[in-house]
Design a binder for this molecule. Structure first.
Ligand code: GSH
Length: 208
């Protein structure tokens, strides 16, 4: 049955369209225009109480029950559990997936997101401190990822939902003004990911 994807054309939204495409799950996009405040509509808040995209509704959830899920990390884990894809069962293999997924959710997203915010400010005084703080942290995180990918093809061993999560933000590297010249292993991983047909479809899906 078709999954409803309530989303917008943003890094957190792209994680889920990529995952759905890679998993071969049928889905229908329900755009939530966050530039017009549609994330505050009561019908959306009923499935996403934190008023942020993405959220999904699966009419064929556990025990055939309709279920909704918000928070992109929770959605990725749900879809991985549902399909048995990109989320290994053995705990020893699942640990790095959880680690790198949480790493993305806690840092490699919130930090470049702040860079996007401060870059857009006009007032130099308002801009300078925030931009330095969040750019330094964003570059540190890219360094962490680059070291990890130096001896791993994908971030958590086999391709996993953690790669989809990180890709959503790496996809916006030009917007947060990070060049892969400084992070060649990230560049290699990014090219591999973006060449995958499923990932490509997820990146090109119309979300707005
Ligand atoms: N931790 C959340 C973050 C989601 C998020 O920040 N979504 C942004 C777009 S990328 C949003 O909906 N912003 C609207 C708002 O803040 O009102 C997740 O990963 O799902």
């Amino acid at each position: 049955m078709t999954i409803e994807l309530h989303t917008w054309n943003t890094p957190n939204g792209r994680k889920i369209s990529v995952a759905l495409e890679e998993m071969g799950l049928p889905y229908k996009v329900f755009p939530v225009d966050i530039t017009k405040g549609e994330q505050m509509a009561p019908a959306f808040l009923a499935i996403s109480p934190n008023n942020k995209i993405p959220a999904i509704v699966d009419p064929d959830g556990p025990d055939g029950q309709r279920v909704s899920v918000f928070e992109s990390g929770a959605i990725l884990l749900y879809l991985g559990e549902k399909t048995g894809k990109f989320l290994p069962q053995p705990l020893v293999m699942r640990i790095p997936v959880l680690e790198w997924l949480m790493w993305q959710m806690g840092g490699f997203g919130p930090m470049p997101g702040q860079v996007h915010h401060f870059l857009a400010l006009k007032n130099e005084q308002d801009r300078a401190y925030g931009l330095k703080r969040y750019m330094d942290e964003t570059l540190r995180l890219y360094g962490v990822l680059d070291r990890r990918l130096a001896d791993h093809e994908f971030v958590a061993g086999p391709l996993s939902v953690a790669d989809f999560a990180i890709l959503g933000w790496a996809w916006r590297h030009e917007r947060h003004q990070v060049s892969f010249d400084r992070f060649p292993n990230v560049g290699r991983w990014y090219a591999t990911m973006m060449a995958r047909p499923g990932t490509k479809r997820g990146m090109e899906a119309k979300l707005d």
